[in-house]
Ligand binder design. Structure first.
Ligand code: BG6
Length: 492
């Protein structure tokens, strides 16, 4: 069990305290950190939202949230009761005047605390909340602001949000969350690449044939129709999570783990991404939308029914892309990205396909297969698998077959994987921004996404329908097969 180092005492104000993110993720994450002794008992979690509510009533909600989203084996009733003692509530109108003096009075009780302001609200409110924080004198050296995605819907709106927040907070105090960066297995990519010389030396176009990044989900839009139908998979998953994964795979070694060193390197990858133009949009992208089908043997509705019967919706729930990183290291190595809702499995993985040997000394019939492959499983069944060729045992001649060098993190470490938010919230308190996105990263990623969104918008066709429970439209298979390659789940 790793040693837990307590963070400094803090007052974390969570705007959007009655919302989904607070209930599902933030309160459970804070409970775990409290239970493990990482949060000092002088700290407070102050819920803030427009609803008039007593502290007791908010504590009841917090208790329900923890009970619902933390597995029963991890609930320690005494510690939960103690945790709730540190939960407080103030009714504040983020966009108006109400409640700010109450919040100011509460924070003034403990002027020396670290003060994270977590904006788990609609991004439309980020600007007004920040202006109010400043107008009420609540921002000091120990304050930080945490912004949830989506940071904008395109470059223009992202800039407007960044400008509004940047007027009152310096960049070092702004923590833009991409929760994928807080996942243990995603951080492990840094360890894999930069703590193991064997891989780093192979990480080049000479040795790697291509890379696949898949983030599949079985869920549909889950009651988020209003948001999702104006977003779609490109904005919801690719512009942020998937590009961040690509950056960690493709970046050069940073000078150190210091926030700006890591972010400088990721930024270079984003800048090196070849923009997708109207000319190549048809050959390197596929958009899909799920139709009715079955997940785990149960029938499910199609997207248009899920969003309340808008038969005209052209929102994509699936995207497959072939991307190029224009750098010496990656010239000629395609990165195939794929993400979608209502796919057959919840699965996030990165597959690095190595090139075939230039010729084989083995008889053709013993060798007809794919060359080496490194599979990094981000979730579930987290681990790393390296497929190597071995000789089939026995006297029957030289027959070869692929065998796995397989590390399952669950079996190796035998401990719970903390949720991404646990790590990220503690990093905010520590003031460590390595796993958060800097303004320029977000904006360069939007500039790239904007050109693709524009190319799509100019095309007459709608996303292709795929049955729920399949791996997306068949065009996504064709996208990679045109290059003589196959998606990982079809390789074996
Ligand atoms: C969120 C998206 O950022 O990530 C959701 O808005 C998606 O649509 C979720 O379901 C996936 O996260 P995870 O951690 O479940 O892979």
């Amino acid at each position: 069990m790793a040693t837990i180092i307590p963070v400094a005492s803090f007052d974390c104000v969570v705007f959007g305290a009655t919302g989904d993110l607070t209930t599902r993720k933030l309160l459970p994450a804070l409970y775990y950190r409290f239970k493990d002794g990482q949060i000092p008992k002088t700290s407070r979690i102050i819920g803030a939202s427009r609803s008039a509510m007593s502290t007791e009533a908010f504590r009841e909600r917090a208790r329900d949230a923890v009970k619902r989203f933390v597995p029963a084996v991890d609930i320690d009733e005494t510690k939960l009761a103690d945790f709730l003692e540190h939960v407080d509530y103030v009714a504040v109108d983020g966009a108006g005047e109400e409640g700010w003096s109450d919040l100011a009075a509460k924070l003034a009780e403990r002027p020396d605390q670290i003060r994270p302001f977590y904006l788990a609200t609609s991004p439309d409110l980020y600007g007004s909340i920040c202006r109010n924080l400043s107008a009420h004198g609540l921002i000091g050296d120990k304050s930080r602001v945490v912004l949830e995605k989506p940071i904008g819907k395109n470059l223009k709106s992202a800039r407007a949000i960044n400008d509004a927040v940047g007027e009152v907070f310096p960049e070092e105090q702004i923590f833009r969350i991409d929760h994928y960066l807080g996942k243990e297995t995603v951080q492990n990519l840094l360890a894999l690449r930069f703590a193991n010389t064997i891989f780093e030396r192979l990480w080049t176009a000479d040795v790697i044939d291509h890379v696949q990044i898949t983030v599949g989900e079985t869920v549909g839009v889950e009651g988020r129709a209003g948001y999702y139908d104006t977003s779609g998979a490109l904005r919801d998953m690719v512009q942020n999570h998937m590009l961040q994964l690509l950056c960690l795979m493709a970046m050069e070694s940073p000078l150190s783990l210091d926030a700006n060193s890591v972010r400088d390197e990721k930024l270079k990858v984003l800048r090196a991404l070849k923009p997708i133009t109207p000319n190549d949009v048809q050959s390197v992208t596929v958009r899909g939308q799920y139709a009715a089908g079955a997940i785990d043997g149960k029938s499910v509705d199609g997207y248009r029914t899920d969003i309340g019967g808008n038969e005209a919706s052209r929102t994509e729930t699936f995207v497959a892309l072939k991307l190029e990183v224009q750098s010496w290291r990656w010239a000629g190595v395609p990165f195939y990205l794929r993400t979608g809702k209502r796919l057959p499995k919840k699965l996030s993985e990165i597959v690095v396909q190595f090139r075939a040997s230039p010729f084989s000394i083995f008889p053709a019939e013993s060798f007809g297969r794919e060359p080496n492959r490194l599979v990094i499983r981000l979730q579930p069944e987290e681990g790393i698998k390296l497929e190597v060729m071995t000789k089939d045992p026995g006297p029957g001649g030289m027959r070869l077959r692929p065998t796995n060098l397989d590390i399952s993190f669950e079996e190796t470490f035998k401990q719970r994987y903390p949720d991404a938010y646990e790590r990220l919230l503690m990093d905010v308190v520590r003031g460590n921004a390595t796993l958060f996105m800097r303004r320029d990263e977000v904006e360069v990623a939007w500039a790239w996404a904007d050109s693709l969104l524009k190319a799509w918008a100019d095309r007459p066709e709608s996303p292709r329908l795929y049955p729920a429970g399949s791996w997306g439209p068949t065009a996504a298979i064709a996208l990679i097969e045109r290059d003589g390659r196959t998606w990982h789940e079809e390789m074996n």
